[in-house]
Design a protein around this ligand. Structure first.
Ligand code: PMP
Length: 306
């Protein structure tokens, strides 16, 4: 697999091969790292790359570091500069997925909070096979980690082992991905994405106190649906309600808007991608890519253009 030419480490662009961490670093040993997945969308007509909702990602990265007591916290201004410098250095002219990670870079024990480092990588966005045909979902027997154990609100790398177990189980059982329930048995989210269903004309999604990440795409989707005149309800969702849904989808920076066609082998609605999800996908992609003027407040141009 070919790799991009450059990565960003601490305060500068470096050749890809030089973007390494020490095996004794606390970030490596204990997963003491927090990150943001960010998308850059290429608009060929304008020869421009747009970062989607950069300020919100930076704000969440600061929150995660504060919660994890990183000392010092990586400056959000540096992260923004790093992302822009990295995309420009690699001269990307296609959609990209960016990972910006703040981590405890020195040696130490599980309680070590300092020093901290910044690592940013970016590469071509891989298509999700289910964007068009929808995905088949298994309700996982793994439980979403509760807030009082390891808060999902904090985008800590170590949290991702929970979703990994669920996703691997789903794959082993022949499904595309998983949907996790929380400690109260209510629907939480997917391994790296939030859940929505359409039921009786309304869109329903779990609250942000359901042991989920406070997703930026979830917020975006709520805004887009509301704008389109769809009522959005944030409330607990029972597992048994999933069978009553007319349509359902996952959303997230990487998952964008991905339809769900079956849950536990039962069809969601007609068992095919529905009209409401298709329409939402079209609106979403037009906004992120800057094909329409609307949503310009969410897009940050990367390249300098005359
Ligand atoms: N939940 C989890 C656990 C995630 O990792 C992600 C991806 N960041 C999401 C939801 C979606 O969040 P966002 O829309 O901010 O990418």
């Amino acid at each position: 697999m070919s790799t991009p030419r450059y990565a960003f480490m601490n305060d500068r662009v470096v050749p890809w091969e030089e973007a390494t961490v020490h095996v004794a670093s606390v970030g490596f040993k204990f997963g003491t790292a927090v990150f943001e997945g960010i998308r850059g969308y290429w608009n060929a007509g304008r020869e421009q790359m747009y970062l989607f909702r950069m300020p919100e990602h930076l704000q969440r990265l600061v929150y995660s570091q504060t919660f994890m007591r990183f000392e010092p916290r990586v400056d959000p201004g540096l992260v923004e500069q790093g992302v822009v410098a990295l995309l420009r250095a690699n001269e990307f002219r296609e959609d990209v997925h960016i990972m910006a990670t703040a981590y405890v870079s020195g040696p130490g024990g599980p309680g070590t909070c300092t020093p901290t480092g910044l690592a940013i990588t970016a590469g071509p966005r891989r298509d999700i096979p289910w964007t068009e045909r929808g995905c088949r979902v298994q309700v996982s027997s793994w439980q979403r980690v509760p807030d009082r154990a390891m808060p999902m609100r904090v985008k800590c790398n170590a949290n991702y082992q929970n979703g990994r177990l669920a996703a691997l189980q789903a794959n082993a059982d022949g499904y595309d991905t998983a949907l996790l329930l929380n400690g109260s048995g209510k629907v939480a989210e997917g391994p790296g994405m939030c859940f929505f269903m359409f039921r009786d004309g309304r869109a329903v999604t779990p609250t942000t106190t359901s042991d989920i990440l406070e997703s930026i795409t979830r917020e975006t989707v709520i805004e887009l649906l509301t704008e389109a005149g769809v009522e959005v309800v944030e409330r607990d969702i029972d597992r048994s309600e999933l069978v009553a849904a007319d349509e359902a989808f996952f959303c997230g920076t990487a998952w964008e808007v991905t339809p769900i066609v079956t849950i536990d082998g039962l069809p969601v609605g007609a068992g095919v991608v529905g009209e409401q999800v298709r329409t939402l996908q079209q609106t979403y992609f037009a906004r992120v890519r800057g094909e329409v003027e609307a949503g310009s407040q969410w897009r940050m141009p990367v390249y300098e253009r005359a």
